[in-house]
Write a protein that binds this ligand. Structure first.
Ligand code: NI
Length: 150
């Protein structure tokens, strides 16, 4: 198995399931309603909805960096505000998150192992480090959602 295939595998475990540590991003969000996603149970902390948008923002930034764009996110792109808290809008957030993940996984699977040693576009670190970083980022925020949704 190539290193790229192993990374795609880990990325999919973190996002979709059968992760080593416990629930993936998709699993942890599966029973969250729009109302619960929009709630702010911890004063001053992000809502589940905001965290979901933030996970999507970084999966998308990594995809852009793999496509030659440095993808420097503004504060608003980093933590996009939730403007519409309807059930349909939550469904759209979940679908966009999944779509973005699929695009990223597809893009990563087109890389070669030697691409992993290249410097990520506009960064001081390698593509390898960035890809492990986005997996870690998914799981860090999945854990955060696990607490917020209680
Ligand atoms: Ni983050």
């Amino acid at each position: 198995m190539s290193e790229v295939t192993r990374i795609v595998d880990q990325l999919n475990h973190a996002f979709e399931g059968n992760a080593w540590h416990g629930p993936s991003v998709k699993e942890i969000l599966s029973d969250v309603t729009a109302g619960k996603a929009a709630a702010r149970p911890v004063h001053g902390a992000h809502s589940v909805w905001e965290v979901a948008l933030h996970i999507a923002a970084w999966e998308s930034a990594v995809l852009r960096r793999l496509s030659g764009d440095a993808a420097r996110l503004s504060d608003e792109e980093d933590w996009p505000p939730v403007k519409n808290t309807s059930i349909d809008a939550w469904q759209e957030t979940l679908e966009a998150l999944e779509r973005g993940h699929r695009h990223l996984a597809e893009k990563v699977s087109t890389l070669t192992d030697s691409d992993l040693n290249k410097t990520a576009t506009g960064q001081s670190y390698s593509v390898y480090f960035m890809l492990h970083g986005v997996i870690q980022h998914d799981l860090y925020h999945a854990g955060q959602i696990a607490i917020l949704k209680k």
